[in-house]
Write a protein that binds this ligand. Structure first.
Ligand code: PMP
Length: 414
């Protein structure tokens, strides 16, 4: 991506920050520095207001009602599907299953796509750097079917070893998986190359886009994958929203995973027939207001523009990395050539959790722990890391405040 496309001066950071009310609060009497964006993003006013307005003016259930409010709620919910489809350049709105997040999306693929295909001796390929949401569902269906889960290796810089991933795409692999961006390392993976190799071999590829969609424009057709999972709450939207994009041929062949209302054509005790995709995967009342908020989140990204977002975030990433490197005994985990603004690190002689707890008292919110990536922690031989994850509404001044706070708490612990 061209990072010099737009000068940073065009990016009106103060105007953007004014849209995020939470950013101006204090924590323990200190101005908040929110660097836990990979965990969940903050929400801009248009998202909060859209949900508020939905409940104040349009609330009703979707699909079942013919009254005006029901039509308005249905139009808003289905409008979110249209917007998400355009946001990731899906060829059709009917290829987008709305879910509660990435976790529901990967589980849907596990039980509805993978499980019926898996035979003893088959395999699912994932990588060492995955979030548990892109490991555990595969293990659960592998256990039921006698298949195995293989993990492609990474190197010490935190980059996927592409040749090895490709070498592991053997005939027994029935599904390949990879994250587009690592939630711990920030590494951007070569998804297009992986997709090309999978297609050559007739293996379906699932991409976990949770940490990609908040930072870069996504085009599922250009990526060439079969499944793309995303979660709304990391991309300015409410919790409990997300989506699975899948090629139509897969959705048509997949049996429903959850049964109930909304997903049927006719229910009879001698045989129930199901609605077409995507509705056959959306049993029950969905998170209507949540998707209204997610629609507004997409509008917000588009009003700021990913070119500007990318340029600003890459500046922040470079600056924060440079400042962190000044700290004696600090080791950055994840030094891939291409990264999104996520920095995991450790400081000699300190525990990540102690640092995070003391940083909180300075108003700095960062995450410590295994980040739902146990195999990655095992690879680096550490129980946990401290992770600073940035968003386009963060500033250099916040990076400075974070470094001052880190130096202070480091001193207290040494
Ligand atoms: N994959 C990645 C890479 C993630 O970072 C996360 C959230 N931490 C998930 C999957 C799971 O997302 P959710 O909990 O919203 O389903």
């Amino acid at each position: 991506m061209n990072t010099t496309a737009r000068p940073a001066t065009v990016f009106d950071i103060q105007r953007i920050r004014a849209d995020f009310p939470l950013l101006s609060r204090t924590v323990h009497g200190k101005p908040l520095v929110y660097f836990d964006n990979a965990n969940t993003s903050q929400k801009p006013l248009p998202v909060i207001e859209a949900m508020n307005e939905h409940y104040r003016e349009h609330n009703a259930n979707v699909s079942r009602a013919v009254h005006q409010l029901g039509e308005e709620a249905t139009a808003a919910y289905e409008g979110a599907r249209d917007k998400l489809a355009r946001f990731i350049n899906a060829p059709s709105r009917n290829e987008l299953v709305l879910t509660s997040g990435t976790t529901q999306a990967t589980n849907l693929v596990a039980y509805s796509y993978a499980l019926p295909r898996l035979q003893p001796g088959d395999a699912i390929l994932t990588t060492v750097m995955e979030h548990h949401a892109n490991i555990v569902p595969w293990q659960l269906v592998a256990q039921r079917s006698g298949a195995t889960v293989k993990a492609a290796p990474i190197d010490q810089r935190g980059e996927l070893i592409l040749e090895q991933y490709i070498a592991m795409l053997t005939p027994e692999v029935k599904l390949a998986c990879v994250t587009q961006v690592s939630n711990v390392l920030g590494t951007v993976n070569p998804v297009r190359e992986i997709a090309r190799e999978c297609r050559k071999r007739g293996i379906a590829l699932l991409v976990d886009g949770s940490q990609a969609v908040p930072h870069r424009p996504v085009d599922v057709q250009a990526l060439g994958c079969d499944f793309y999972a995303l979660t709304g709450h990391k991309m300015l939207g409410p919790t409990g929203t997300g989506a699975l994009w899948a090629r139509r041929e897969h959705l048509d062949a997949m049996p429903p995973f959850f049964g109930g209302g909304e997903m049927i054509r006719e229910v009879r005790f001698d045989g129930t027939s199901f609605a077409e995709a995507p509705h056959k995967f959306e049993a029950g009342t969905p998170n209507i207001a949540g998707f209204v908020g997610l629609s507004a989140a997409i509008d917000y990204y588009q009003s700021v523009g990913f070119e500007a977002i990318h340029a600003w975030e890459q500046q922040l990433l470079a600056y924060a990395t440079e400042r962190l490197r000044e700290i004696p005994g600090l080791r950055i985990i994840g030094e891939a050539a291409e990264k999104e603004p996520v920095i995991s690190f450790l400081i000699d002689g300190t525990q990540a959790t102690d640092l995070a707890t003391l940083l909180d008292l300075q108003g700095v919110a960062v995450r410590s722990g295994h980040h739902c990536a146990h195999p990655l922690m095992q690879f680096f031989g550490v129980p946990s890391t401290l992770r600073a994850s940035l968003a386009f509404y963060n500033t250099r001044e916040e990076v400075d405040a974070f470094i001052v706070a880190l130096l202070k708490v480091r001193k207290l612990l040494m």
